[in-house]
Write a protein that binds this ligand. Structure first.
Ligand code: SSN
Length: 501
């Protein structure tokens, strides 16, 4: 790891070669043109432990050119060779699971068990897309004109860019890069300023797996230069597709910039996801599923539970149980074995949680547990918090919380709760719990979201199409056919056949 000696890395790895803090372009570890760097911070202590290059727009062209040269060769590899490269990458990531989990803990703050969970979830993508590489197919058909034959082939789009968030840095890269590399595209990744080191470790392993130089480039940058660097990627003529995961506000900017050159875009945006728990639900099931969903990575998942609607017959019982379980959470550094909930990843996350809770409190909400910043070793901690008495004028009623704060709302009947659940501009995921099969089916059809969890709080998987509707974005990642299709063009061939009597 190139280091100025200013920092002390607070952990040791079994495989120290994984640790890189320079950008990765065309198979080389490189500084930014400006030579500027930014600090990478442990959210559990607030201390910087390394630094990475602050790339800006002037660094983009070299990375794109290398990715383009690589594409010209990579697209000619057979699908089986691409699959073999992905399988090799997959196995190297699995071999280095423990070390990658360590880096993840010190970048995101999540507890070690969750870091393992993310890696296991993520290798689902490398494995899945390795299989998908060989299943990309065109069509042949006989049209209305008797002397004509029509066929289609699928071809990779070219150089692609991934703008990824910090909450699930491994999963988001492997979900995007897995699909792109399976399709025959090359990719430039711009990681979040919070989590460059996990992403660089993945790039190192992709190189070891044998992907050609330039097939997977990584350009790091800080918060200030993120808009400039991202815009330069979105505007570059050789970039044919951009996949973005992040806020709806930034997603709209990405879509607008990409529209200038009609680039293909996939947008995985904000959540504000509702959970509906009916009187006839299996309460144990609903409790364990939604508890895991809500407090996973301290509430910082786009698909997390933002609003929990509980039917009046079980409301008091459910709230009492949830509050008691919340009090048992052990908040601490992600590397501590006893920790069951880590810090939020950024100081902005703590500030937002404080603002939302204080606004709700001032407008009459009841805070049953938590509600405050936790002072602990300089880390970015916020107490797991339970709130009732939510009113429409409170910010927390309509905003994505992205913190360990759970709101509970009482409802009486199905029609009323579906209306309330859908009363949002977002449509990423919704969850419902009931043992009435007809109701379950109606909810599946009537809830406005791209993904519906039916008696489950976990619907993310490599084989399941992931993506929202409404202002939660468009395009699907993962799942059969649809995810790889985002990185392909369909070319139509029309042939005149002579001599057929
Ligand atoms: O935060 C967004 C991604 C979460 C997931 O893939 O389950």
């Amino acid at each position: 790891m190139g280091s100025s000696g200013k920092f002390e890395v607070p952990f040791t790895l079994n495989n120290p070669d994984l640790l890189h803090n320079l950008s990765f372009v065309n198979g080389e570890w490189v500084k930014s043109k400006s030579g500027k760097t930014f600090e990478v911070v442990d959210p559990g202590t607030g201390k910087a432990w390394t630094e990475c290059p602050t790339n800006d727009a002037s660094d983009v062209d070299a990375a794109v050119q290398s990715s383009h040269e690589s594409f010209e060769k990579y697209k000619k590899l057979s699908p089986r060779t691409r699959a073999q490269l992905l399988y090799k990458w997959d196995s190297l990531i699995r071999e280095n699971r423990e070390d990658i989990a360590t880096i993840l803990v010190y970048e995101t703050g999540k507890p070690r068990a969750e870091a393992y969970g993310e890696i296991d979830y993520s290798t689902g993508f490398t494995w899945w897309f390795a299989g998908e590489a060989e299943r990309i197919q065109g069509t042949v058909f006989t049209p209305a004109l008797p002397d004509r034959r029509v066929f289609t082939i699928k071809q990779p789009l070219g150089v692609t860019a991934a703008l990824v968030p910090w909450n699930f840095p491994i999963a988001m890269i492997l979900r995007k890069a897995g699909a792109a590399l399976a399709a025959g595209c090359t990719m430039i990744v711009k990681p979040s300023p919070e989590t460059p080191i996990t992403v660089l470790a993945l790039a190192y392993l992709a190189d070891k797996a044998g992907f050609p130089k330039g097939a997977l480039n990584v350009l790091t940058t800080d918060l200030e230069k993120t808009p400039e660097l991202s815009e330069a990627l979105c505007r570059h003529d050789l970039i044919k597709k951009v996949s973005f995961t992040g806020s709806t506000r930034v997603g709209k900017l990405v879509a607008k910039i990409c529209a200038d050159s009609l680039k293909k875009v996939t947008l995985e945006l904000g959540g504000n996801c509702p959970v509906l728990i009916f009187d006839d639900a299996n309460i144990d099931q609903a409790m364990s599923q939604i508890f895991a969903l809500k407090y996973r990575h301290a509430g910082q998942a786009c698909i997390t539970a933002n609003r929990v609607y509980v039917q009046s017959g079980i409301f008091d019982k459910f709230l009492k149980r949830w509050t008691a379980e919340t009090k048992k959470l052990v908040v601490g550094h992600g590397s501590d074995k006893a920790t069951t909930m880590g810090p939020v990843t950024t100081p902005r996350g703590v500030e937002k949680a404080i603002a939302l809770v204080e606004d709700a409190r001032a407008k009459g909400a009841t805070i049953h547990v938590g509600g405050k910043k936790l002072e602990r070793n300089g880390g970015y901690f916020f107490e797991p918090t339970v709130i009732t008495g939510i009113k429409p004028d409170m910010d927390i009623a309509s905003e994505e919380i992205f913190a360990p704060v759970c709101t509970f709302i009482k409802f009486e009947n199905e029609g009323e709760v579906v209306k309330a659940a859908n009363d949002t501009s977002m449509g990423l995921a919704s969850y419902c719990f009931t043992k009435n099969v007809d109701r379950l089916w109606r909810l599946f059809e009537n809830l406005e979201a791209g993904m519906i969890g039916l008696n489950t709080g976990n619907s993310s998987a490599a084989e399941s199409p992931f993506g929202g509707i409404k202002q939660s974005g468009y395009g699907k990642e993962s799942g059969k056919d649809v995810a790889v299709a985002e990185y392909l063009i369909t070319k139509t061939g029309t042939f005149t056949l002579e001599g057929q009597s």
